[in-house]
Design a protein around this ligand. Structure first.
Ligand SMILES: Cc1ncc(COP(=O)(O)O)c(C=O)c1O
Length: 428
């Protein structure tokens, strides 16, 4: 069969029907409208009353900790976590270069220096051995991202933290519900933050949450994004009580409708996780016979929970073409795949490669400090450059997953034609 990129029929004629990661139902819509009218005029939570307090209590209990603070985004939840730890300008926090920008951008706006580290080549998660090498006298914390739902190696990370008296933040945005050696992510470090926005499993459109068992982190997280009634409900210590009246400057309140939508999804989290796993396990079965694509590895002592993101390793050498050409061929077949993962490595972004126009030209981001270059993180570069990212399947029909497999087999069978096309392109 002729490849679509060479003028043949695409495997999937209408790719518009694919990739519905949120999948709201008519019941969601009715419940939200009902909630909107029941809020009698003020569509916001000023304190911890009603649904907001209930959702926070249930989220905390789900993670086996005492506190949860909802915020208006995952980014502000991360900001609250860092502020909660009491980090100060000039402090350093070690983060993976392979994470979404919001894992580290709140550090930048607090004047804290994100120090990047390399990854485990198999899972793409922070490499504990590399973390050890990056510790300095200024290091205060480590932030892990459970990349694409796969838990980071938390026993080793917590051991490093203990050895060096560091705190650990978990960015669980992609992994809510995942487990590591029988324990739930989000309860393994000192504080966890996650997004409840965009395509996340518990999306309320926009939103985020922080969970912790630590009184001081909770009080400071309250005060940085809230004041008055909200903080009165939770801030108890003599040290922080005087600041309840004003808070510390931000309004991180989550929108009431976002709370209502996200809460409904939280109540059926097990079902949503099962649906995601069913689609991604089916996709893995489609890839198992492939000579060119390697499905992601899930280590036996882990589960991936909300599993937000599926990337497969591409063997360019075996294929005889580069990943961009291969992805183009699949895209022409109607597949919504992306070469080199969903987002760039942080050390390849302007924030980490230039200081001239960066957010802070003083202090830790002053000229000569923390500017990274290609080649600095070889494992992450090799890993990401070989990754093909798939859509966030949740509710797709079985035929769509089958069609992905069919298109992958088609391109593989016709790989010589693709190689010839590529040669011709480069010659022109
Ligand atoms: C790993 C990770 N951390 C943080 C965030 C930021 O969340 P938000 O978009 O809700 O601010 C995201 C969002 O995609 C993410 O993927």
């Amino acid at each position: 069969m002729t490849l679509a990129i060479l003028g043949g029929e695409p495997t999937i004629g209408n790719p518009g029907v694919i990739g519905n990661p949120v999948a709201f139902t008519a019941q969601d819509r009715d419940a939200v409208i009902q909630f909107m009218y029941s809020k009698s005029g003020r569509l916001s939570f000023y304190g911890r009353e009603g649904l907001l307090g209930r959702y926070e209590d249930e989220l905390a209990a789900y993670h086996g900790v005492r506190y949860a603070v909802l915020t208006n985004s995952g980014t502000s939840a991360l900001y609250s976590a860092y502020f909660g730890l009491g980090l100060e300008p000039g402090d350093e926090v070690i983060a993976s270069t392979y994470t979404f920008l919001a894992t580290v951008t709140p550090l930048v706006s607090l004047g804290v220096v994100p120090v990047l580290a390399d990854v485990d080549p198999e899972t793409g998660n922070l490499d504990p051995d590399d973390v050890r090498k990056r510790i300095t006298d200024a290091t205060r914390a480590i932030v892990v991202t459970h990349q694409w739902g796969h838990p980071a190696e938390m026993d080793e990370i917590m051991q490093i933290a203990q050895d060096h008296r560091l705190r650990v933040v978990e960015d669980s945005s992609l992994a809510i519900g995942a487990t590591y050696r029988g324990r739930r992510v989000g309860s393994l470090g000192h504080v966890a933050a996650f997004s409840l926005g965009s395509s996340k499993l518990l999306s309320g459109g926009q939103g985020g949450a922080l969970v912790t068992d630590d009184d001081e982190i909770m009080e400071r997280a309250n005060l940085v994004g809230h004041f008055a009634r909200r903080s009165e409900a939770q801030v108890r210590s003599e040290r922080y009580l005087p600041f309840v009246e004003t808070g510390y400057g931000h309004n991180f309140r989550m929108h009431a409708l976002g709370v209502a939508i996200s809460y409904r999804r939280f109540r059926r989290i097990e079902d949503l996780m099962d649906r995601r796993a069913r689609r991604y396990n089916a996709l893995t079965r489609q890839l198992e016979s492939s000579r060119l694509l390697r499905p992601p590895v899930t280590r036996p002592y882990t589960t991936r929970g909300s599993w937000l993101g599926y990337t497969a390793g591409f063997d360019a050498e075996a294929a005889g073409v580069d990943i961009d050409t291969y992805a183009k061929a699949l895209q022409a077949e109607g597949l919504l795949v992306l070469p080199r993962g969903y987002h760039p490595l942080l050390h390849r972004t302007a924030l980490f490669t230039r200081y001239e126009d960066g957010y802070r030209r003083q202090g830790p981001f002053a000229p000569g400090k923390r500017v990274y270059a290609e080649g600095d993180f070889p494992a992450a570069e090799a890993h990401v450059d070989a990754q093909l990212a798939f859509p966030h399947f949740l509710d797709e029909d079985d035929w769509i997953i089958d069609a992905y497999g069919e298109a992958i087999r088609k391109v593989e069978n016709e790989i010589d034609a693709l190689i010839a096309w590529r040669k011709q392109q480069t010659a022109e």
